[in-house]
Design a protein around this ligand. Structure first.
Ligand code: M6R
Length: 606
């Protein structure tokens, strides 16, 4: 994680650095810092906490200089504190870093023997001291190359120098980095989103690339130190730049716009007459697919589990699901007849990217389902299916989950149709049902706005909570539990309802909130029986169903009745009350909704 910005200009840069850092806070927000060149010297300012703290600091004591770097941190080595905040500077250089230097301990010992003193507990400070050391004996290019060669691990770096005070150097290995071209100034950034308010002309660095920026020129070098030309991309004029508007926070905006997210996504994938699904040019003929492997992390992984149920129902293809951080290290037999699908909102998640990279190296067919189409995962995969959700800023993934599930569902229907495993009439019915989804999401949102804050009060004194479901409601139970824990810091477990008797039932005690997801599908009666087992042991049940008739409800604390829809689409509607519940519990606890503790939006470290 961590976010990097660099600007080489002929005007003062601090204010643009701060504005860009605010955009990068989704990557980390435990400390922030800036370094500029002022009167030929490196001037470093940093603080613990949010960028606004840094901004206040600069308000009292401005950072001048027309060239500088900035950083937002998500701690890996060393606690979040001022001393561990980036940049890390010597008299000669100042460095901002995203990633992890795996051999930092060895390098630190060597440097200490040479007399270098370390102020922080970070792995980054070795880069500062290493570069300072090489600059004593080598010219700039050689010193940079020698430093990069000495480092193991992954990194994106931004560096400024006392002696070469008109350049910003960037380097990428494993962690994303882009440059932007402006009028009489150039930029370096962790992603195009941070640069978008300054320019729409972008170049992405590839692994091993180094770039040197001045205010009027950008040069690129590859890992063999050869000067290279790189493509300039013009970013689309995105009117959907994230602003909170009338909402208190991004998360409530993102939850409340999910009907629009669904509408946009469906529109993108259905043809004009809304009779067919527009997915062509598969990297592998669907008829030849032997197995589909769905890979992701966190919420994206939950969308993969949901998709497993859809694919198994709609096609005869065996489906595997995998957590990217496990997939990347297992001894998996990759097969050219399989399709490997990577799901990621950001498209930058390090584990998902590494899993994709493993597949690429083994030359198997890859497809990515992403929100950020300019992301590393999108750019590296054979085939990209965007979710068209627009920027998602809240750390807790909401509308992207809806988008990921939608694209996976649409993909399952399409593959089934191409393989002729679904009848034409069923195919048409599925498309028709899909078209109803956005309005029913809206209806569910309206219905849950008033009752979820009341239900949330019951969670305030609870030691924890459980979420239970069967079939397609099981991954939604996992997602409900994840949302509650990441937002409200309350322990929560998601379980397949039928699994309770194998252990977790022991957790049920008087007053424990248990959310039961029981749509009227083929599991309905069984889930209701599991609910009775919970009630019998004192659990405080919150039932979410689309069929409340005929349920003996006297011992149910709350029942939420969501609209009826085709069984396959129920997960979309079931998700909404769970998001709102987590949101309201967190609000009542005064938690930071958009930036929960210890987390970051884009997880670009292992
Ligand atoms: O950007 P990605 O979809 O690859 O991110 C994966 C997870 O880090 C992410 O879904 C995380 O679990 C969310 N914070 C959950 O709300």
């Amino acid at each position: 994680m961590c976010g990097i910005i660099g600007i080489a200009s002929n005007k003062l840069v601090a204010s643009n650095i701060i504005q860009s850092l605010k955009k990068l806070e989704y990557r980390g927000y435990d400390s922030a810092g800036i370094a500029t060149i002022v009167n030929g010297e490196i001037n470093e300012k940093k603080c613990a906490g949010r960028v606004e703290n840094l901004e206040k600091m600069l308000f009292k004591n401005p950072s001048n200089g027309s060239l500088g770097i900035g950083h937002v941190r998500w701690a890996t080595h060393g606690i979040p504190s001022k001393v561990n905040a980036h940049p890390h500077s010597s008299d000669e250089v100042s460095v901002v870093h995203n990633g992890i230097i795996e051999n930092s301990n060895e390098l630190k010992k060597d440097l200490e023997k040479k007399g270098y003193k370390f102020k922080s507990q970070t792995d980054t400070e070795v880069i500062t001291n290493l570069l300072t050391d090489f600059l004593k004996d080598f010219d700039l290019v050689d010193a940079i190359n020698k430093t990069l060669k000495t480092l193991n691990g992954s990194f994106a770096l931004g560096i400024i120098f006392k002696k070469f005070n008109n350049i910003v150097v960037g380097a990428r290995r494993g962690s994303p980095l882009a440059v932007g071209y402006g009028p009489e100034e150039n930029y370096l950034g962790s992603d195009s989103y941070a640069l978008k308010s300054m320019t729409n002309k972008i170049t992405y660095l590839d692994d091993g690339d180094v770039c040197v920026l001045t205010n009027n020129k950008i040069d690129f070098y590859n890992s063999k130190n050869k000067k290279i030309n790189k493509e300039i991309l013009i970013l689309s004029d995105d009117k959907n730049i994230a602003e909170k508007g009338e909402y208190k926070d991004f998360m409530s905006k993102e939850i409340n716009e999910q009907n629009v997210t669904a509408k946009t996504c469906i529109k993108e994938y259905l043809d004009q007459l809304r009779k067919n699904i527009n997915i062509y040019n598969f990297p592998i003929n669907p008829k030849d697919i032997q197995k589909i492997v769905l890979i992701g992390c966190g919420t994206a992984y939950h969308s993969c589990i949901t998709a497993k149920y859809w694919f198994e129902e709609l096609t005869n293809i065996p489906i595997e699901i995998d957590i990217a951080s496990e997939f990347r290290y297992r001894k998996i037999k990759l097969n050219k007849k399989n399709l490997y699908v990577f799901v990621s909102q950001s498209g930058e998640t390090a584990d998902t990217f590494a899993a994709l990279d493993l597949c690429k190296k083994n030359k198997v067919k890859t497809c990515s389902i992403v929100n950020v189409v300019e992301s590393s995962i999108a750019r590296s995969s054979d085939f990209v299916l965007p979710i068209h959700a627009g920027p998602e800023i809240g750390v807790a993934s909401t509308k992207a989950f809806i988008g990921q599930m939608l694209v996976l569902y649409i993909l399952a229907i399409k593959i089934s149709e191409v393989r002729k495993e679904i009848s034409q009439s069923d195919y048409e019915k599925k498309i028709n049902d899909l078209k109803k989804l956005p309005d029913l999401i809206k209806k569910t949102l309206n219905y849950c706005q008033d009752n979820t804050p009341i239900i949330a009060k019951d969670f305030l004194k609870a030691k924890g909570a459980m979420f239970l479901g069967r079939g397609l409601s099981f991954p939604i139970a996992l997602e409900g539990a994840l949302k509650l824990k990441e937002l409200s810091y309350l322990h929560a477990e998601g379980y397949p309802a039928g699994e309770m008797k194998h252990g977790p039932l022991a957790l049920i005690e008087e007053g424990l909130p248990v959310v039961i997801l029981a749509p009227k599908d083929r599991y309905f009666e069984k889930t209701i029986s599991n609910m009775q087992e919970v009630i019998a042991r004192g659990g405080k049940v919150i039932l979410i169903t689309n069929e409340s008739n005929n349920i003996i409800s006297e011992n149910i604390r709350f029942t939420l009745e969501i609209p009826k829809i085709d069984d396959y689409l129920t997960p979309f509607l079931m998700t909404v009350p769970l998001q709102l519940l987590a949101y309201n519990v967190a609000s009542l606890k005064n938690c930071d909704i958009d930036k929960p503790r210890n987390l970051a939006k884009s997880v670009t470290v292992e």
